[in-house]
Design a binder for this molecule. Structure first.
Ligand code: SAM
Length: 297
């Protein structure tokens, strides 16, 4: 909330509504003329808004992926007038807890992992179709899984006998394929993260929404992004860095500092990580990282 520096009469976008924890807090800070637009690609999140927020004339919610952020802003006539965009990335706790969604290696359920069940490709379909090389690459790039080769080989061998349909089948396969287990980390953690990122095109979505956030914010508007793993954070960090510095010119070029283009963003503080106390209260926050920037022109 501090990062967004909420003005009571401002227009804000919560692009990852989830169960509305952030939206509720934003609405509390907004006055009668403020406005909050929320997005989520998960229909369960959209349905929850009726209970969590209820009937509030300052609030509206759109069922869409956030790579349509700019279109939404244009349709609502608020492009260039937005005072803050919040992104709280990844999966929500209800998505993880619902075995039927297939996100968790802790609960047995169908290998689904779609944040939006209207999307075509499930994890089971992808694991049945992708080549061994593609599976290895996804596990290695999106999961930073050092045993990606062994797991991909095991997946392809297994599917020749019987298709992989459930999270438990995949967990058991990984447990057999991985020769050494990292202490304190379930051996399926990285593979599940990687497949989820692939199925939901999470990194492509993130790059698209960052660009669009820049074009819909007004001058002085804040962009606040909470990421949960190093792949996301790297994209956010580079994006904010690249848009907050003036291009350097080779020495001797006859250009004055004032003639250089002003950067579009100003970084607000350094990355914020949770305190020990916060992690104790909410262990799921442990890998989170908040980065904030303000649109300066
Ligand atoms: C970590 S949760 C957000 C929790 C929320 N801040 C709250 O207070 O309840 C992330 C949410 O973003 C949604 N989401 C993730 N990627 C998305 C995308 N590309 N487009 C739209 N929604 C997305 C997920 O469906 C999930 O509901």
């Amino acid at each position: 909330m501090d990062a967004l520096a909420i003005r009571p009469d401002g227009i804000y976008v919560d692009a990852t509504f989830g169960r509305g924890g952030h939206s509720e807090l934003i609405l509390r800070k907004l006055g009668a003329s403020g406005r909050l637009v929320a997005l989520d690609r998960d229909p369960d999140a959209i349905r929850s808004a009726a209970t969590v927020i209820g009937d509030d004339p300052r609030f509206s919610i759109v069922h869409t992926s956030f790579d349509a952020l700019e279109d939404v802003a244009v349709k609502l006539g608020i492009k260039g007038e937005i005072d803050g965009v919040l992104l709280d990335l990844g999966v929500s706790s209800p998505q993880l807890q619902d075995a039927q969604r297939g996100f968790s290696f802790m609960h047995n359920g169908p290998l689904d992992m779609r944040m939006n069940p209207d999307d075509e490709l499930t994890a089971a379909a992808w694991l049945a179709e992708a080549s061994q090389q593609q599976i290895k690459q996804v596990l290695s790039e999106y999961g930073e899984e050092r045993f990606s080769g062994r797991i991909a080989t095991a997946i392809v061998a297994q599917r020749q006998q019987m298709p992989l349909m459930t999270t438990s089948q995949l967990v058991e396969l990984i447990e057999r394929a991985v020769p050494r287990k990292d202490p304190g980390k379930h051996p399926a953690t990285r593979t599940f993260q990687a497949i989820r990122i692939r199925i939901n095109q999470e990194l492509q979505q993130l790059s698209a929404v960052l660009e669009q956030a820049l074009s819909i914010l007004g001058k002085g508007g804040r962009l606040s992004v909470i990421s949960f793993h190093s792949l996301e954070d790297r994209i956010v960090k580079r994006f904010l860095r690249d848009h907050s510095r003036v291009d350097t010119l080779p020495k001797g070029v006859p250009v004055m500092a004032s003639q250089l283009q002003q950067p579009i963003l100003r970084l607000v503080g350094k990355a914020v990580t949770p305190s020990r106390e916060e992690i104790r209260e909410n262990p799921r926050a442990r890998s989170s990282r908040l980065r904030v920037a303000e649109k300066s022109i």
